[in-house]
Ligand binder design. Structure first.
Ligand code: ADP
Ligand code: ZN
Ligand code: ZN
Length: 674
């Protein structure tokens, strides 16, 4: 008799284990194996499930009286292999996430029509075009050293390519993959957001042609399934895509590359809340593959691992064309104000803008806040309109002339007078990108402006449309939020202006300095990529802050040592391990009660386990204490460095039952504690 262990697709920590079924001795089941999607009876209904093991043994607690149920039908597959099961099991433990959720990363999405296998042949391939990618006969010394280091890397080992923008990292990736293919192995390449990096993707397509599968969010389900099928069959050997491409079925994996490894999009913010870098590390070990991390602004966590010797590093400090990084000028906006300048643009930025316009070049202006004004306020009593569903103030938008909540999207009219004190003096504060566009229009009447933020890029092609519009301009300005900091390569851009550079420093997260520095350094790198010299102007109220100074001087050491020392002293990652458990409900007391239960259960679980907690804080209300009508509490756990907090948390949660309205999320290695 054959038996199959099946993970039913029901995401609950309670039933989070394989169930054993009989494999019928019938036609259609001969080839059943790991990774097949099957239909199985479960309770009084039938549900989809994935086979994770086949065995000839009956279940251990086999009771001859209990009749095992047979699998009803095989629907499709195989979608994954034994290695994928091992990775999903590891993720489930590490991230305290239901195994079904982790396995889902490797499987096609199951819609309501899951009983019908997805058609694999797409009508068209919708492949992103190849861009020019000359294979450079001569490599720079840094590129040669990088390739040598990669060659000496053993399976499971990690190399950081620590190279400034334009230092030729992409060429190193391309060569390293050529070598991997020569060894008859496959490769995974992760890029932050494919819509923002069409140029990089185009170069991979040009170099590897039919051997590469490009996964991006615009693919239909059938197109995606088709690409995955080609990878599984070995027809394509390389996959490039965002974090989810890590789970593509590349046969004989030999190399994983994570470009811009510091990027925040590598963290998934829904269950399982995994970080692609962390999972890739594990995957590389399990697959005996080499892992290459590349960035001009590596994460401080990775740099700490370099220091300890667990990650090797090669530096590429020079641009290939030997152009210097652009000079950066810092303007203290307090001084501007004292000098009588009431404009949001400093005098030096205005002068540079005029020059750019005169020379018919292009400029980029970053303000990491969308909308027109950050909030409105009654000047007489201080009343600020807040969202009814979220614990947050409403943002003023000029395009539709209303107040909008940036968390739930709710729109409200601007009150003509204060609802509390009847005062007509309602003023707006804190500029956003719409305001920058508005003021630029006033200053330079007939100069085209392209704005790129979440409001202008909503459609599927939104990013590309805005980038194309900017590209097509003879001269003009691109105004945008952080989304313009990534990977743009426009040689005509000779000026980058950064407004309110310190706004992200005031966010109470232990990574705020690191993030601010990375954003500034990355966006500064967009200037002066062509033959013309570039300029960068940073406007700030904290010109002496190490994060600002490090970006100004293109010298990471100004912030790195100090920031890591502070984290060590205050007990933050990477010197501790951290977990954030968020409990929410539409009923405030239900959420608070559940949170207390969880805190107690988790604490006692840790007492029984070999993992000692350094601290347990909470439950306390989250910084965002109400979101989309749900009240939120959280529990913050710290463990010793490298301790895995997931397993005891998982065990504690498995034992508890909550009212249906209570939601519990577990975030291991959180990027944000909000
Ligand atoms: P990075 O990925 O570090 O930003 P790229 O690989 O994109 O750098 O290289 C920057 C530019 O230099 C690209 O236009 C690329 O084609 C070119 N380039 C890369 N390597 C060489 C080389 N060895 N010789 C000449 N040009 C090169
Ligand atoms: Zn008032
Ligand atoms: Zn809201």
């Amino acid at each position: 008799m054959r038996y199959a262990d099946v993970i039913v697709s029901v995401a609950s920590r309670k039933i989070d284990r394989p169930f054993r079924y009989l494999v019928p001795d019938e036609e259609g089941f001969e080839d059943l194996g790991v990774g097949h999607l099957v239909e199985v009876p479960f309770g009084n209904r039938s549900v989809p499930g994935f086979v994770v093991a086949l065995t000839d043994d009956p279940p251990q607690d086999f009771d001859a009286d209990v009749e095992l149920k047979p699998i009803l039908q095989v629907i499709s597959g195989p979608h994954f292999d034994q290695r994928a099961v091992a990775i999903a099991e590891w993720m489930s433990e590490y991230y305290a996430s239901p195994l079904a959720n982790c396995l889902n990363l490797f499987t096609p999405p199951l819609g309501r029509n899951w009983r019908k296998a997805v058609k694999r042949r797409p009508r068209n391939d919708d492949e992103l075009p190849a861009t020019e990618a000359p294979r450079h006969e001569h490599l720079t010394a840094g590129q040669v050293a990088s390739l040598e280091a990669i060659e000496h890397l053993a399976g499971g080992e990690i190399l950081l390519l620590d190279g400034v923008t334009g230092s030729g990292k992409t060429e190193v990736y391309l060569r390293a993959i050529e070598d991997t293919l020569d060894r008859d192995k496959g490769a995974i390449v992760l890029v932050p957001e494919i819509s923002l990096t069409p140029q990089t993707v185009g170069r991979f397509r040009a170099r590897f042609g039919d051997l590469i599968s490009v996964l991006h969010s615009r693919l239909t389900e059938a197109q995606r399934a088709y690409q995955l099928e080609r990878l599984r069959k070995g027809e394509t050997r390389v996959v490039i895509g965002p974090r989810s491409a890590l789970f593509a079925p590349v046969s004989d994996l030999g190399m994983i590359i994570i470009d811009e490894e510091h990027d925040h999009s590598y963290k998934q913010e829904s269950d399982p809340r995994y970080h692609a870098r962390r999972v890739a590390q594990r995957m590389a070990q399990l697959s005996d593959a080499r892992l290459i991390l590349g960035s001009a602004t590596p994460s401080f966590e990775t740099l700490e691992q370099v220091r300890e010797g667990s990650i090797e590093r090669i530096e590429l400090p020079q641009r290939v064309n030997e152009q210097p990084l652009p000079p950066v000028e810092v303007v203290d906006m307090t001084e501007e104000f004292e000098a009588g300048n009431r404009s949001m643009f400093s005098r030096v930025l205005q002068e540079y803008l005029e020059q750019v316009k005169k020379k018919k070049q292009k400029a980029i202006i970053l303000l990491n806040r969308r909308g027109f004004a950050n909030f409105v306020l009654c000047r007489e009593c201080g009343y600020v309109p807040m969202c009814e569903s979220c614990d947050t103030s409403l943002t003023l938008h000029k395009t539709h002339g209303k107040l909008q909540c940036h968390h739930c999207g709710r729109l409200e009219q601007i009150p003509p007078k204060c609802p509390l004190c009847d005062s007509p003096y309602i003023a707006s504060f804190g500029a956003g990108t719409q305001r920058v566009e508005f003021e630029l229009n006033k200053l330079f009447e007939d100069w085209p402006i392209v704005r790129m933020d979440a409001d202008t890029t909503a459609g599927r092609m939104g990013h590309q449309e805005q980038l194309n519009a900017f590209e097509a301009l003879e001269t003009g300005v691109l105004v945008g939020t952080q989304m313009i900091a990534k990977g743009l390569d426009f040689p005509e851009v000779t000026l980058v202006g950064i407004m309110a550079a310190d706004s992200s420093l005031n966010i109470p997260e232990f990574t705020s300095s690191e993030r601010t520095y990375q954003l500034l350094e990355q966006v500064a790198g967009r200037a002066g990529r062509g033959a013309e010299e570039g300029h960068v102007v940073i406007q700030t109220y904290q010109s002496e802050h190490p994060a600002i100074r490090a970006a100004t001087e293109h010298d990471r050491s100004i912030i790195l040592d100090q920031d890591l020392a502070m984290r060590e002293e205050l007990g933050y990652p990477p010197y501790t391990s951290m977990a954030n458990i968020v409990i929410s409900s539409t009923d405030e007391s239900k959420a608070e009660d559940a949170a207390s239960f969880i805190a107690d259960a988790v604490e006692s679980r840790f007492k029984e386990s070999s993992t000692q907690l350094v601290s347990l804080l909470g439950p306390i209300p989250c910084a965002l204490s109400k979101l989309k009508g749900r009240f939120r509490f959280h529990i913050l756990l710290k463990g010793q460095r490298n301790d895995e907090l997931g397993p005891p948390i998982m065990e504690a949660l498995k034992e508890l039952t909550f009212p249906t309205d209570v939601r519990v999320t577990v975030d291991i290695d959180p990027q944000s504690l909000g």
